[in-house]
Design a protein. Structure first.
Length: 441
């Protein structure tokens, strides 16, 4: 069946038995309370999902299977001569729940290399779109074109036992992750490099090969891609891209359909598109101030002007975090090592010193600290990847690791279709008058 697949099955059998016992003993216990404001305001903070791969703590940030980002950068396998973790290791950790050995990581690299062939009709589908089509649109269309390769769709159509669903989902997951760098790089070269495509290098790791196919051979850029693909991979299950992938997958849509739907969510300006908005805002500030290296006082004045116009400072604030995003800190550490004198990167650091005190002074903002999007664009710009419309595609390739690992767990544990109850405002009014019982109490 395959080393990783066998280990996943064994781990899943143990977890499934544990969950079965939990539900048997405690299934009727009430967890949390739902407030009226929550059902109107995006279900914010409502506990309603189980996601095994990662957990977001308001103070500590993201933890993958209990490990923080600094711990992962230290413990996960690295490329020869490199300092950043290989994303293959994080995928293994999210899927299996244990830190992988070097051999486990290299095995995954070789598996993804073998599965990375992209059928010609996928490239033809991309080419059928106008070149000026947004990169995320091209990317999602390409994923949908890849759906012809779905093991799950083919086997389900023939008839399969529901206990076998997870195996086909697992195979689709491995194929899709393996192929995404090729597809994403093809879109980049098509749109921004006159269609001069670069063939994959089978001797490189997953993220290193992605950098190569994009056309960036600088070893430190490959290191950046390894870091970027690791820290953007997952952010527990309630964010739009993860939840959408889970929701669509709960209808037994195959991983291609489920992932594509999640990435349509990631493309929104309140989610993954935010990294594009950050760099755009900085460029607008530099243009308005007529300088590439604005002072902190100039930045402060521009921030106050932005806020006075009813706009937000992109990259600052988070729905859950109440401290500086550890993913921001990891990128800042990378920048200080590889590009300490870059004007744009230094501006990002100056913004980091200026913005939080201003936001704190407003008093209404719970989290004035930067999130991951506040830094990533400046690092990419340094190496010449200046097409910020493309940045969300990078995010999408990385996010596949987390949402597809979670989808494997959804199917191996037999999670049912998601179907929350909704109510009308008229019912809410009746409930407030004591004439209806919308909570089912």
């Amino acid at each position: 069946m395959g080393i990783v697949k066998d280990r996943f099955k064994a781990k899943a059998e143990t977890v499934a038995a544990e969950i079965k016992n939990l539900l048997k003993e405690h299934g009727n216990k009430v967890i949390g309370e739902v407030q009226l404001s929550q059902i109107y305001q995006g279900m914010r903070g409502m506990t309603g999902l189980v996601t095994e791969t990662s957990l977001l703590d308001a103070q500590e940030g993201i933890r993958f299977r209990g490990y923080s980002i600094p711990e992962l950068r230290q413990k996960l396998t690295k490329a020869p001569g490199g300092d950043e973790p290989l994303p293959e290791g994080l995928f293994y950790l999210m899927l299996i729940g244990d830190l992988p050995s070097d051999d486990d990581v290299h095995h995954l690299t070789s598996v993804w290399q073998r599965r990375s062939h992209v059928p010609n009709h996928v490239f033809a589908t991309i080419e059928a779109l106008p070149v000026n089509t947004h990169p995320m649109t091209q990317f999602v269309v390409a994923v949908m074109a890849l759906q012809t390769e779905s093991h799950f769709a083919k086997q389900y159509a023939k008839g399969m036992n529901k206990k076998e669903y997870w195996e086909a989902v697992f195979d689709d997951t491995m194929d899709l992750i393996a192929r995404l760098p090729r597809v994403a790089a093809y879109i980049y070269r098509r749109k921004y490099r006159s269609g001069e495509h670069i063939q994959p290098n089978g001797l490189l790791d997953w993220a290193g090969n992605f950098a190569h196919m994009l056309g960036f051979e600088d070893e430190s850029f490959k290191e950046l891609m390894r870091l970027y693909m690791t820290i953007h991979a997952d952010h527990e299950g309630g964010n739009v891209s993860a939840h959408t992938t889970h929701l669509v997958g709960s209808a037994l849509s195959d991983p291609y359909l489920s992932y594509a739907s999640g990435m349509n969510g990631l493309a929104g300006p309140l989610h993954g598109l935010a990294n594009q908005e950050v760099i755009k805002w900085i460029f607008e500030m530099r243009e308005a101030l007529n300088t590439e290296s604005p002072t902190k006082d100039q930045i402060a004045d521009y921030v106050k002007r932005t806020l006075s116009e009813g706009k937000v400072v992109p990259g600052y604030g988070h729905a859950v975090l109440r401290k500086t995003d550890p993913r921001f800190e990891a990128q800042m550490e990378f920048g200080k090592k590889h590009m300490p004198d870059d004007p744009l990167v230094k501006t990002v650091w100056d913004i980091y010193e200026v913005v939080p005190p201003i936001l704190q002074s407003i008093g209404k903002i719970k989290n004035p600290w930067p999130n991951v999007d506040a830094h990533s664009g400046a690092l990419l710009e340094h190496y010449g990847l200046v097409e910020y419309e493309y940045y969300t595609v990078l995010f999408s390739v990385s996010r596949a690791l987390g949402v597809l690992a979670s989808l494997c767990w959804d199917r191996v544990l037999g999670f049912p279709i998601e179907r929350p109850k909704s109510v009308t405002t008229d019912q809410v009014k009746l409930w407030l008058e004591g004439k209806d019982n919308i909570w089912g109490e």
